[in-house]
Ligand binder design. Sequence first.
Ligand code: UT7
Length: 399
Amino acid sequence: MTNQSAPLRAHVTGWGRYVPEQILTNADLEKMVDTNDEWIVSRTGIRERRVAAAHETTASMASVAALRAIRTAGLDPDDIDLILLATLTPDYWMPSTAALVKEAIGNQRAAAMDVAAACSGFVYAFSTAQAYVTSGLAKHVLVIGAELLTRFLDYTDRSTCILFGDGAGAVVVSASEEPGGSLGIELTTEPQGAYMIWLPAGGAKSPPSRETVARGEHYIRMEGRETYRFATRTLASTALESVRKAGLEASDVSLFIPHQANIRIIEAVAKGLDLPMDRMFVNLDRYGNTSAASVPIALAEAVNSGRVAIGDNICIVAFGAGFTSGAATIEWTADPARGIAGDAAVRASDIHVRLPLDWDSVDPIPPALAELMARDPLNVPLDDVVPGEPESAHREVHA
Ligand code: UT7
């Protein structure tokens, strides 16, 4: 019998992901900037990334991933009490992208807000969900990481434009008195890193103007080496602190799901934790760095590909602009098989984010990508299929 006075715990009950169909390969980038496949693969591990189509937005990708997570959890959209959406590429400055997602998924009753912590955003939002759920303020929280980074890149800057891609991932965090779920969270913010990854113009300090656009200040800028140093210094220690707070050792964690920024950074985490690379989940070769979306996309793929079983301890860990870092250690309690059915239940073409009346946006596709986006629909390579995912479901998703 359930003990009525047992504390509430935060369990992951649903998960889902969405990535756009269009693929931007390293060979494509070779035609745009002075780079080459060998450099990109050896320095980052990235082979290709996804690019959102003109009709897609952060909200639309987020809504697909969100509905898939809700279906995986066996819930209806109206069961969600709170929507948290981590992004650094919102559709608009206001309203929140979370509010657009609420309408698009057909939820009538949730509170909705965005979370701004760059690439650590999903872990920050996850920790907020845990707080709401364990305090009894919410029963089911939808946590989304979604990014449309390819519209904020300078395609003349080879040090940044090769790194990033688009996509969305989501989980449902639910209250339960059963043991397990989220066991330990660690979050850090080091403001000394504030200008190491940043987007200079468009905010209150430097409102958009012809001059800011001419200077390319509406694009992401990054000090790669400093960011790399921060990541390799911090990621393993943040993960370890979260594992310790869970009352565990690193060796008790069967799979780490790190932010997918650079394979060399993930190798450094494995080394720092004294664990082999097969304890690290990696999919950055196919998606590049999708910022706040990278951890939830990787989590959904790890579960759907059979890398996570009930009773496993997993650790999600991320770092990003701020500098921020965050990690959560989770005892997995959901049936991993549910994810594939949840994905198949939601077609991207069924999701519509309402647009304002009498308003036309500019063509959102950056000129450097226009030729690529005009290409005939691509054949998505078979190795893109998550192992175990029925090919027909995959086709539907990309229809
Ligand atoms: O979510 C957080 C986001 N940020 C990150 O995770 C970024 C972390 N940093 C990194 O991943 C790496 O620092 C990079 C991948 C960005 C760069 O790798 P690196 O090994 O630190 O290269 P570097 O910046 O030290 O540059 C080495 C050389 C330079 O040439 P010189 O000065 O040695 O002649 C660069 O100009 O590589 C050159 N370079 C390139 N060459 C070919 C930089 N970008 C490229 C490129 N293709 N795309």
